[in-house]
Design a protein around this ligand. Structure first.
Ligand SMILES: [Zn+2]
Ligand SMILES: [Zn+2]
Ligand SMILES: [Zn+2]
Length: 381
C-alpha cells in the first residue's frame, strides 16, 4: 500500500501502529494522503476565513488575506509570489458554497454535498443543519479542535456511497472504544458544563439528516461514539495564502538591502495582524486520515504532519532519521504541551486519548515528582 510504511499489530496495549519498512531520512516525506473527510472549523468559517469548502485551500489572495487579518489595506510587494488562483473559484448554484476548483466541487457533491446542499431559501438559522452548527459553536469556542459538521459529512458520505457496507467499515475502523470510554471522550470534547448539550446536538443531528443506512450511528450511543471518534482521530489542518506568499518570497533572489526591507515589512505585518486578529491567522479545520490515524503518540516523535500543498492533503514528514522496522510516532500534543513535565503530558493524554504514555521520554523521567508547576502552563490555556 505504501513504499515506506506498513500498519502492524504491536505487542503492546496500543493495538496497531505504523512501521518503517525501509530507512527513511530526516526531512523526507514518509507518505501523503487525502482525508476520508475534512471540514473547516465552525468559528473559523463564521469569522470569514475564506477556504475551499472541500479541501480548505485559501480562496483569498495573499494581499486580501493580509488586509483582512491586519484590519487595514495592505499592499504586498512581489504579488507574483501569491499562489491563489481566483479564476478557478466556483460556487454551488443551489447553496453558494465556495470551492477552489470544479474538481473540488464535483468531488464534494459526489461524496457528501448532494445530501447536504441546502436550497438558498432554506439557508438560514432555522434549517436544522445551520441550527446544529450554531449549537456546536455555543459549546465549542476557539481555539477550536473539532466540529460536529465533520460528523455530518462523514454520515452523508456513507449515505451517498455506492457501497454502504464498505463506507461503514471505513468509518468503524476509527472506533475501538467501549461505550463508557466514548462517553468520557465525548464529554471532554464538549467540556464538563456542556455535557447536557449532547442530547440537544443529537436531536438537531436527527432533524438535519436522512436516517436510512446510518441508523447505527444515530442512536445516543452511536452519536457519542462519533464524538469520541472525531475527538481522538481528528487531525487539525491549517492553510494560509499569506504564509504561502512568505515561503515563496524567501526563494526570491534579492540584494541584501531588499531582503532586509522585505524582512522588516513581514515582521511588522505579523505584529499588526497579531494585534488585530489575536494570533488566529490560518484557515483551520479538522480531517480524518486512514493511514495517519494508525500512528501512535510519543513525547519524542520522529515524524510530524505537514500541509505542503496548502490544502487538506497531509504529508507526514520525518523529523529525524528513521531505521527500518522502527515505529513511526507523532505527537498528539501541541508544541507547548509537549515541553511540559511528564506529569502534565500524561495527564493530558489520559484525559483526551485515555492512555498512559510509556514512551522513552516518559520512561526516562519516571523518577520526576508528579507535580504541575505554575510556569508549566501553556499560553493558550
Ligand atoms: Zn478545493
Ligand atoms: Zn450546495
Ligand atoms: Zn510520553
Amino acid at each position: 500500500m505504501n513504499e515506506n510504511v506498513e500498519v502492524r499489530i504491536t505487542d503492546s496495549s496500543k493495538g496497531k501502529g505504523l512501521f518503517a519498512i525501509k530507512k527513511i531520512n530526516s526531512g523526507s516525506v514518509i507518505f501523503e494522503e487525502d482525508p476520508l473527510v475534512s471540514c473547516q472549523f465552525s468559528w473559523n468559517a463564521a469569522y470569514q476565513y475564506r477556504a475551499c469548502s472541500h479541501c480548505l485551500r485559501p480562496l483569498e489572495t495573499a494581499q486580501e488575506n493580509a488586509t483582512r487579518l491586519a484590519g487595514h489595506f495592505v499592499e504586498l510587494p512581489y504579488p507574483e509570489c501569491c499562489t491563489t488562483d481566483k479564476t478557478k473559484t466556483v460556487s454551488c448554484m443551489m447553496c453558494a458554497e465556495q470551492y477552489c476548483s470544479v474538481e473540488c466541487q464535483t468531488e464534494a457533491f459526489n461524496q457528501y454535498h448532494r445530501t447536504l446542499c441546502l436550497q438558498t431559501a432554506e439557508r438560514n438559522n432555522t434549517h436544522p443543519l445551520e441550527g446544529l452548527n450554531e449549537a456546536w459553536k455555543q459549546v465549542h469556542y476557539p481555539p477550536e479542535t473539532s466540529t460536529v459538521m465533520l460528523i455530518v459529512r462523514l454520515l452523508a458520505r456513507i449515505i451517498q456511497s455506492p457501497n454502504k457496507d464498505a463506507a461503514i467499515e471505513q468509518t468503524l475502523q476509527f472506533c475501538h472504544r467501549t461505550v463508557n470510554e466514548d462517553a468520557e471522550l465525548a464529554h471532554n470534547l464538549l467540556g464538563e458544563k456542556f455535557a447536557d448539550q449532547i442530547s440537544l446536538l443529537h436531536n438537531l443531528l436527527l432533524a438535519a439528516m436522512p436516517h436510512e443506512g446510518i441508523e447505527q450511528f444515530l442512536t445516543p450511543a452511536g452519536f457519542q461514539g462519533l464524538l469520541a471518534l472525531i475527538g481522538t482521530n481528528g487531525q487539525g489542518v491549517g492553510t494560509s495564502a499569506l504564509s504561502q506568499w512568505v515561503t515563496k518570497t524567501s526563494d526570491l533572489t534579492l540584494s541584501d538591502e531588499k531582503r532586509d526591507v522585505l524582512d522588516k515589512f513581514i515582521d511588522n505585518l505579523y505584529d499588526e495582524m497579531d494585534e488585530h486578529s489575536g494570533n488566529f491567522f490560518n484557515n483551520e479545520g479538522v480531517a480524518l486520515y486512514t493511514l495517519q490515524s494508525a500512528c501512535n503518540h510519543s513525547c519524542v516523535p520522529n515524524a510530524e504532519p505537514n500541509y505542503l500543498h496548502n490544502n487538506h492533503r497531509l504529508s507526514l514528514v520525518a523529523t529525524r532519521d528513521i531505521e527500518e522496522d522502527e515505529e513511526i510516532v507523532i505527537s498528539y500534543l501541541d508544541e507547548c504541551l509537549l515541553q511540559r513535565s511528564r506529569h502534565s503530558r500524561r495527564k493530558e493524554l489520559m484525559k483526551n486519548y485515555l492512555f498512559l504514555c510509556n514512551c522513552p521520554k516518559c520512561e526516562e523521567q519516571a523518577e520526576e515528582p508528579d507535580v504541575t508547576s505554575e510556569e508549566d502552563e501553556c499560553m493558550s490555556e
